[in-house]
Design a binder for this molecule. Sequence first.
Ligand code: XCC
Length: 658
Amino acid sequence: MAEKKTVDPAIIEILEKAEADGVSTAFDRAETTKPCPIGHEGNCCKNCFIGPCRLTGKTTVGVCGATRETVAARNLAREIASGAAAHSDHGRDMAHTLLAAAQGEAPDYRVKDEKKLRVVARYLDVETEGRTKEEIAIDVATKALGEFGRQQGELYYPKRAPLKRQQIWHNLGVTPRGIDREIVETLHRTHMGNDQDAEHILDHAMRTALGDGWGGSMLSTDISDILFGTPVPVAARSNFGILKEDEVNVVVHGHEPTLSELIVVAASDPELIEYAKSKGAKGINLAGICCTANEILMRQGIPVVGNFLSQELAIATGAVDAMVVDIQCIMQGIQAASEPYHTKIITTSPKAKITGATHIEFDEHHALDIAKQIIRLAIDNFPNRKKEKVHIPDFVDHLVAGFSHEYIAYMQGGMYRESFRPLNDAVIQGRIRGGAGVVGCNNPRVTQDDPHLYIVKELIKNDVLVLTTGCNAIACAKQGLLTPEVMEYAGPGLREICQTIGIPPVLHVGSCVDNTRILTILTQMATEGGLGEDISDLPAVGFAPEWMSEKALSIGAYFVASGVTTWMGVGSPVAGSEEVTKIITEGWMDKVGAAYYFEPDPEKAVREALAHIDAARKALKLEEYSPTRYAKSATYLPGDYLSAEEFEKGSYSRSAAS
Ligand code: XCC
């Protein structure tokens, strides 16, 4: 049965162990707890205490008279607002850290990427001439913080979008004014007895999501780059086999890089390594889950254990001495999962505690001390490991990550002529058919990683270059899809380009907040020339095949509002209202040139997406895409590149843990 739960053989192996050890996982609970069919489709209204009103069967309106359209639209808008709040609050904390660092109050942080600081300063109208980086950073952080509570005018970052797009937002009245303001206004509008026109509610949902994509999340990405460095390609490893039987294993999980970056420093502290040895371990091994993993993978090459559905199973290896969590996507189930083992769950955010877990609160003013305290606790816990309960599945996959927007531009021309010209030309010629952002979560309602991998493989086979983030990126990593060696999966034109530039056909651009890198990359492609003038002109699409979080809904909404037609998998949270489904598909296509689809069938989603890409090519009057036009010789296959057949057999990435 485990095969149906996941396509990852390492997870299949550890699921059996978890079951034997009596550990309940999300996979099991998804079988016993079915989704409420009314809420699932957006038909349950619990916005006041007259209800909850369940609009099902003959009941088509709530006690107040709210229709299915209004209820479904309000529910979706609230979910988007919650997702936008999560991303943006993360961005706010990054700005606070930058401010504290620049003011000398957070001595463990500094401006690492001054070049990026100066670029960001320009976006925020901060003077740079003749000023120190600390002076600039104080103003950048202060202006960034001002964007959250802004009461006058509009956000700075939407001005980074193509002019045509800005005009569309302006005409529609959806340019975000203040990040927090749009979120609060969504809650206000959807309070009982307020905005009751589905289309009107959903226009504001777009504005809220844009405040995330072109506001909170984009600021988060930029400030993380300023503090920790803009990513460049880095080779790393993934999957359970990166855990070590003879070392102290510390797994970081969540989303923020602030503490985890210093845990990286603490884990290589010679004194602490000696301390670990004094407890019988050979060293300290650091690894990550979810987007905290992506953050330190992108910049430090720290290995990744797995994505969202791997969190309880990492504990079930019996080999994790501490799981250190911050915010978002942390299942409460990890605490119960840790109980049969020795694993210490350590919560660190002032915003997130788990009953029963150890809480060591993070404070950026004393960050390294706190990171060392956490590592010390993990080391102290190492002797408590129950050796008979340890089993680490022997799977390790190799990957290359670290493709920031800046690096993708650099690799297409070097320091003196960085641009997107080669990529645009490849799309114009039809060597590359189009581009796709494939992102988002795991959801135990579908076979883990199966829709992710199916969609990515189909896209690259069809010469579509894939940009990936979040848990999709980790699914790809675990299948070796983030290595240049998997060219056999790519179509001939895409393969030619990737081999020429020396990149994988699937580019890992970062964590969930880094979906904004996809926005800026598409903006540059749209304004580079030859592919129209707006993001919606591009032969580009978005996917979140296994979405589950409200953040994914916000990301999907800002992709669409930015002009990227997007397919969300699993099912639709507004299936209960045909009217709302129409508003966000046909209606939004008319308004913003892109549609928001919820399509549980990955094959259908890919078919529709390829048709969308081809239609965009046609509208741009580009050559019709032909898979046989280029790379006819197809002889370039270096000796160490593997065939798809060999890859499937596992001779490359399914290597031994050593
Ligand atoms: Fe969470 Fe960012 Fe989703 Fe993964 S992908 S389950 S949100 S970790 Ni954004």
